[in-house]
Ligand binder design. Structure first.
Ligand code: ADE
Ligand code: ZN
Length: 313
């Protein structure tokens, strides 16, 4: 049970959470039975046998195939709303991967109506709010990204930005320059996963060629002192995901986050794909808390609002 006296038991925002990453084992198995023709095996609550980003993504994309109708997307989103309430999250900017669904013939209208129905219900019942950030999958054809983004303009009020995710190597951000020129012209914010398994140069490209305003992960910034200066001076937030990094072998040294913080970078703490890492947001704070003095933990919580795209915090 959560301890109400823990320092992170207070209002927070979450800025790096993939909705498809909320497919907890019971939901996996519910959808597995419902769509049994897919021939996907059930899972147990034991941890998944992945060790790095690629082996994790293979599981994640398998799980994505279980999401097929409006109700599936509703259930998934509603699960996150419940977890968010448990984790003292009052606002979230939620990632989802349109191409993971449209590539299988699931319409974006199905995806969006399930997600939006859950978000509307959360707002009505609890005053809980969220906005959406569709991510472009680096390892899918660019053409499908363009089609999906054109379709998503109809949902403009719900969408605050567009991001870039999936395995980084060998897909440098610069390959998506033209696409993100269009994104910025539509008036959407830009974020990008970079420097998780890719090098610091991918972070430079995300900033200078895509116009990224936040970097998702960004751990490899620590390899480049000039980049560290840039992130600090321009106050570019890094959305850090400690349990994800630990489970995917991105770092074994949990003291690096405080080093980045101490250098003056704007860090936020996030859960990435919480059902797969068995760790929602508060567990991520708990994991790093031995390395952060109390006032620094407070600053991380403040940063979650400051780094969001809402302007009324
Ligand atoms: N998609 C979901 N989680 C991701 C991660 N940690 N890195 C890249 N793509 C992802
Ligand atoms: Zn992520």
């Amino acid at each position: 049970f959560p301890n109400p006296h823990e320092p992170w038991a207070q209002d927070k925002a979450e800025l790096h959470m993939h909705l498809e990453g909320c497919l907890e084992p019971d939901l996996w198995n519910k959808f597995q039975r419902k769509h049994s023709y897919l021939d996907i095996a059930p899972v147990t609550t034991v941890t998944y046998p992945f060790t790095d980003l690629s082996s994790f993504l293979a599981w994640r994309y398998q799980g994505d195939r279980l999401l097929n109708d409006e109700e599936d997307f509703f259930d998934l989103t509603w699960r996150y709303v419940q977890r968010a309430l448990d984790n003292h999250i009052v606002y979230a900017e939620l990632f989802f991967d349109p191409q993971a669904h449209t590539a299988r013939g699931v319409s974006l209208d199905t995806v969006m109506s399930g997600i939006i129905r859950a978000l509307r219900q959360a707002e009505q019942r609890y005053g809980w709010t969220a906005r959406l950030i569709p991510n472009i999958l680096r390892d899918h054809p660019l053409r499908t990204a363009e089609d999906d983004l054109a379709h998503l303009e109809a949902y403009g009020d719900w969408i605050v930005g567009v991001g870039l995710d999936s395995r980084e190597l060998p897909y440098p951000p610069r390959l998506f320059r033209h696409l993100f020129d269009q994104v910025r012209r539509k008036g959407w914010h830009v974020v990008a996963h970079a420097g998780e398994e890719g090098p610091a140069s991918y972070i430079w490209q995300a900033l200078d060629e895509l116009g990224a305003e936040r970097i998702d992960h960004g751990i490899h910034a620590m390899d480049d002192p000039v980049l560290m200066g840039r992130l600090k001076i321009d106050r570019i937030p890094l959305t850090i995901c400690p349990w994800s990094n630990k489970r995917l072998g991105v770092t074994t040294d949990l003291s690096i986050y405080y080093k980045l913080f101490h250098e003056g970078l704007v860090l936020t703490i996030n859960s990435d794909d919480p059902a797969y890492f068995s760790s929602y947001l508060n567990a991520n704070f708990e994991l790093i808390s031995p390395y952060f003095p109390p006032d620094a933990l407070q600053q991380l919580i403040k940063n979650s609002f400051v780094a969001s795209f809402r302007t009324d915090f």
